[in-house]
Design a protein around this ligand. Structure first.
Ligand code: OOG
Ligand code: NI
Length: 464
């Protein structure tokens, strides 16, 4: 049989994230400035720490260290969400995790489309945090109906993008020419449109109901609202943003600075007010503005077990009971201090985290283990004590609802926060998505178990 000439999903995703980066830097110049700052801080960090450089060189692609790790979009209808799932699948991105943001005053629920296997993540970890607007949380019935009608009219995918996604599903992939066309057609969905779909009056009604509703309903498509490169020193980028002429959000979301990083820390520059125009009847346009797009940075640490995550949630909440970060940054120092204090009870050595069962680790054979054979299956702690097996943290590849809410909030304006009745509805989300989402905890546990199993298999195998 003839070898197929399909481009790998990983390569399509890489091309897509690179194209998106170029487009977004053109659309939002402040994002280009953030990228420069991140590259500088990453360089400085690596130069100051040769051991870190060596370690990253062995495990990551150093030359791509400052590239985008994620972006985010907000969709309006179930049909958009399920088509988006099919489009992302062509790029090897699958829905992982369910995030309910209604508790945090944002009328959406979300998943993250991301590569799943280790090879795919290494090749290019780009993911897209994807939210679906929940009109069911909007009290005003007439506004809800009007929003539904407006959304029902729009087509966020080009016909060619849909056609190529269908072709990829049918044939099992895309050849080079189709893959290139696919990337450029799909990019159209994420493009900014400065001409709104609605009148200024309608925009105001939507905006008064919730800024996020205005952002989703008023435009032709789900413009990418931020991209997020990886930084090796998030505190340093946060501190330097003002010097580079960009305004950081008040505080870094997530855990405090630690020796052994856990989960995910992220911060952003505040969304920019941009000129848009509204339909003004008879083909005329009326000038106005809209605030939605920003730039973010992230730094990742170890994936936590349910026990570790519960401790994280508990400590985060405890610190926020002492100081709730104000949007204007006025109590940022106090918040950082309260957070650091609360997290003193979270072990800060890899061995401590492992022994307490708080994090997921990947196990491998030591030099001694490689030269040793055993006749019995020992438990993992014994193998470590015997010096046969070592462990490395598994990196958290997902998101955090409290942090995501903080990112949403600081970019929806610092004004009044709205309260919704908490109403997670993963079932509904999955019906709309047309698939179930992967449970991130099961996934990390699976990686950990597989690594233990492979150590045991090697150790108990017959000597060659
Ligand atoms: C998404 C915010 C969530 C993150 O990094 O937690 C997010 C949005 O503003 O649409 O991207
Ligand atoms: Ni983000």
């Amino acid at each position: 049989m003839k070898e197929n000439s399909f481009v790998s999903a990983d390569d399509i995703r890489s091309a897509f994230s690179a194209a998106m980066s170029v487009m977004y830097r053109e659309e939002v110049p402040a994002y280009g400035t953030l990228m420069e700052l991140v590259a500088k801080v990453n360089d400085d960090t690596l130069n100051a720490d040769p051991a870190l450089k060596e370690r990253l060189d062995a495990t990551d692609s150093l030359d791509r260290i400052s590239e985008e790790r994620h972006g985010a979009i907000r969709l309006g209808t179930p049909a958009e969400l399920s088509m988006m799932r099919r489009v992302f699948a062509v790029m090897g991105m699958y829905p992982v995790g369910y995030y309910d943001l209604s508790t945090a005053g944002v009328p959406v629920h979300s998943t993250a489309f991301r590569p799943v296997g280790e090879t795919a993540l290494k090749r290019n970890p780009f993911r897209v945090f994807t939210s679906l607007l929940r009109l069911d949380l909007i009290a005003d019935e007439s506004l809800r109906a009007a929003s539904e009608a407006i959304l029902a009219e729009r087509r966020i995918f080009t016909p060619v993008a849909i056609e190529l996604a269908e072709k990829a599903e049918r044939d099992g992939g895309l050849d080079k020419a189709d893959a290139e066309r696919f990337v450029s057609e799909v990019l159209e969905t994420f493009r900014w449109h400065d001409r709104a779909n609605v009148s200024a009056d309608m925009y105001k009604r939507l905006h008064d109901a919730h800024r996020l509703i205005a952002d989703v309903v008023s435009f032709k498509g789900p413009h990418i609202n931020h991209l997020t490169p990886r930084t090796l020193d998030i505190d340093q980028v946060q501190a330097l943003m003002p010097e580079f002429g960009i305004a950081p959000k008040a505080v870094v979301e997530g855990p405090p600075t630690r020796k052994c990083p856990i989960l995910l820390r992220q911060t952003s520059f505040k969304a920019l007010e941009e000129a848009v125009s509204f339909r003004d009847g008879g083909g005329d346009w009326k000038a106005g503005s809209h605030t939605a797009r920003f730039g973010e940075i992230e730094q990742r640490g170890i994936a936590l077990t349910p026990k570790g995550r519960a401790l994280y949630d508990e400590l985060l909440e405890a610190s926020r009971k002492i100081v709730r970060p104000a949007a204007d940054g006025s109590n940022a120092r106090d918040y950082e201090a309260a957070l650091a204090k609360a997290f003193e009870s979270f072990p800060d050595t890899w061995a401590g985290i492992r022994e307490a069962g708080l994090g997921y680790f990947s196990y491998s054979l030591t030099e001694k283990g490689l030269k040793t054979r055993i006749s019995d299956r020992r438990d993992i702690n014994t193998l470590i004590a015997d010096g046969l097996v070592q462990f490395d943290a598994i990196v958290y590849e997902d998101f955090l609802p409290v942090s995501a809410a903080g990112i949403f909030q600081s970019n929806l304006g610092d004004g009044a926060q709205q309260a919704f009745v908490a109403s997670p509805n993963q079932k509904r989300f999955e019906i709309d998505l047309g698939a179930t989402v992967l449970n991130e905890f099961d996934h990390y546990a699976g990686i950990e178990e597989a690594s233990i199993e492979s150590c045991l298999r090697a150790l108990t195998a017959a000597m060659a």
